[in-house]
Design a protein around this ligand. Structure first.
Ligand SMILES: [Zn+2]
Length: 405
């Protein structure tokens, strides 16, 4: 391939010998001309075989260069791992409710105790249809009960056309055909359906209940409605903010009069929150710090931003730039997406509400090293457990890093 491309530029080039000097050496000048400086340099570093050696094909993935079918298989498995990553990435999407994501994960990772996986169970028959053997793929896909539910979803799932040897491959197959923004809805449906299938299976097995497809359909659509409405509330929220100038910026907007530095220090449920406020017009500054309980570092980071917004509003500030070194938190606030840590979600709702009350509220990312002043105050507040309310001292020196202007 590479040679084909190069032949357009160097018409006389036929073989490696044409890129060589006598004595079996690369011609660096020609290599650079043909492949460019970087690639040419890389090629020139490839050790040449002695001239009297025969060319041979090698398997580059193995140190000894020998090809075996086992090694080819291992390569294919690596590719499979990549595909696996795609499934997990799709499942752990912030739009999918954690309960649904966990169910999907349990089924696709094979963590559901189906009879096939239980060596001590002699009876392997599927209790839902009494026809097949109870394997993961049977219960959640091949079983007539599962099929009826797959077919009843809002996504047209035609079993006959699906390609995939296991459930993970099947899900990947369907995801390919679904627009990007709708994937979470599809996976939420599949998760609810899996949950219903497994609940029914257990009810039939342990409580001798009967299979009721109609009832199961109703249960799934009820649960779906719940999860979709949670997500929609969030979407409505997003459109409301258009009125307010909220954005992630690398610079503090010229018009912004107040800059706020925040940081949190967190350890084992205990957090110190620090907020520093600077009035750009008068160069006056205030520090506030307090101790609080927080479930995670991310929750603490979002709590300190929430607290800063509350104080700024109480002080009658209309336009503010919030500087934080917690990039993930800042990004999630601006994009109105949930943070990776679900424990911080509640605080995020509060923040989104408050942000709308300013005329202008921007978020800037500050390097950790430049946020040291806030860091020190936060640490002190965390360690001094007695500091349950906030301390307030005026006039501490403040340095706004140059790159924020
Ligand atoms: Zn069955």
């Amino acid at each position: 391939m590479l040679m084909e491309e190069v032949r357009i530029r160097l018409l006389n080039l036929e073989s490696v010998a044409d890129l060589s000097r006598s004595g079996n050496e690369w011609d660096p000048h020609l290599l650079e001309q043909a492949f460019g400086r970087e690639m040419g340099w890389k090629i020139s570093n490839i050790k040449r075989l002695p001239q009297d050696c025969e060319d041979s094909v090698i398997w580059k993935k193995a140190n000894d260069g020998i090809f075996t079918t086992k090694r080819a298989y291992q390569e294919c498995c690596q590719f499979q791992d990549c595909r696996d990553q795609d499934v997990w990435k799709a499942i752990w999407n912030s739009k999918i409710h954690p309960r649904v994501a966990v169910m999907l994960w349990r089924v696709l990772a094979g963590c559901i105790p189906v009879k096939e996986n239980l060596a001590f169970m002699k009876d392997k028959d599927c209790v839902l249809c009494e026809e097949g053997k109870e394997s993961l793929k049977h219960v959640f896909w091949d079983c007539p009960f599962a099929r009826a539910l797959w077919f009843s979803g809002m996504f047209p799932v035609v079993n006959a056309r699906a390609i995939g040897s296991d459930l993970k491959e099947l899900i990947l197959f369907f995801l390919q055909g679904i627009p990007r923004n709708d994937k979470w809805q599809f996976l939420t449906f599949v998760g609810c359906m899996f949950e219903e299938v497994w609940r029914t299976r257990n009810a039939v097995l342990f409580q001798s209940n009967r299979v009721d497809i109609l009832q199961s359909r109703v249960s799934i659509s009820k649960r779906l409605e719940e999860f979709y409405s949670i997500q929609e509330e969030q979407l409505v929220f997003g459109t409301n903010t258009k009125r307010v100038e909220t954005y992630l910026s690398w610079k503090i907007p010229q018009s912004t009069t107040f800059v706020c530095f925040t940081d949190a220090s967190w350890k084992q449920g205990s957090a110190g929150l620090a907020v520093g406020l600077v009035d750009r017009a008068s160069s006056r500054s205030w520090w506030s710090a307090k101790w609080s309980r927080a479930e995670s570092a991310m929750e603490a980071e979002s709590m300190e931003i929430l607290w800063a917004l509350q104080m700024a509003l109480e002080a009658g500030i209309q336009s503010i730039a919030m500087a934080s070194d917690a990039l993930l938190v800042v990004k999630a606030i601006v994009e109105e997406s949930f943070p990776p840590c679900w424990k911080a979600r509640a605080v995020f709702f509060e923040i989104w509400k408050l942000v709308k009350l300013f005329n202008s509220c921007s978020f800037v990312f500050i390097k950790r090293v430049d946020n040291e002043a806030a860091d020190v105050v936060a640490k002190t507040a965390r360690i001094d457990g007695h500091c349950k309310d906030f301390i307030n001292r005026e006039g501490s020196p403040f340095v706004i890093p140059n790159y924020l202007f």
